[in-house]
Design a protein around this ligand. Sequence first.
Ligand SMILES: [Zn+2]
Ligand SMILES: [Zn+2]
Length: 331
Amino acid sequence: MQITESRPPKYTVPAGLNTYVHTRVITGQQGKKQRRQLTRSERASARLRTKQTLQNLALEIGANELAGKVDRCHSKISVVTCGKHIEQVIPDYTCGFRLCPDCGRRRASRLLREYLPAVVAFPSLSNTQAVHLVLTQAQRRETLSEAVKRITKNFKTLRRRTFWKEHFKGGLFSVEFTIGKGGLYHAHLHILAFRRRFFDVQILKDIWFEITGDSSNLRLDRINGDDIVSGLREVLKYAVKPASIGDFKADHLIDFIAMKGQRMFGAFGEFQRFARTYEPAENDVSLMSVSEHKIGSACSHCGEALFDLRIQGKDLPEFIKRLESSAVIRT
Ligand SMILES: [Zn+2]
Ligand SMILES: [Zn+2]
């Protein structure tokens, strides 16, 4: 394995090498807020486009079976609606492919239901503070599998350090990767971690540089109690949508398929043990906001009776658009 760029000086962002990290991970947060939020119908259209791109790429590399599965996924759906709001979309078939945006959404809501109660309960029970930690590494000429292995292995090393154990009680992580100029992979870890006590972030940067040998770029943001749900969503976002398909070339899809089975998401430390056994009280409010809705019950937005409508997946954006123009719909 060859390092394609010279080692960056400590604690500075060298031109070129980590521009992505700087613009997106370090300063990107402010920029993100200024961007207009897409409407629900626009997001549904974007998912259809992404699936078309995926299918084209799959055909290009001869993965005809995969292309067929993605094509069938969510092609026929039942929409559970009150006529003004959509409570649920039930597909006849799901492809389960990790890059499929429709399957990604389903996976996100499943993971949210699985982890939300524990994530909400853990800070006060363990006397910790939730933080969002982003760890990065410099690009190398390596396969995607190697890039992901390298960052997850380094994170494992970090978790064994005394400093880490003294300051964190576990959490959840997901791997995000993007494709930089020149086709190299940028891998990052998004971590929802539970911090025992405050520390100077420079110490963590020093340790991370020592472990990775090429990166001291990391970001640590405190998550306020009320924002814990969005903090969890943020980490899950990358667990279910690891890359922008728009940047994919055929080789990237081949690389991604080669990663089959490699972990891109997981829980660790004391939080992992807690989440495994924690059972929320039945009236836990955090659960109710993400519970499954049933046909025949009342719409959670307006109380009207829900019914299901059979439509083609490709017509979903238009269907949502009609709802959007007739009423304010909530996402
Ligand atoms: Zn799918
Ligand atoms: Zn309604």
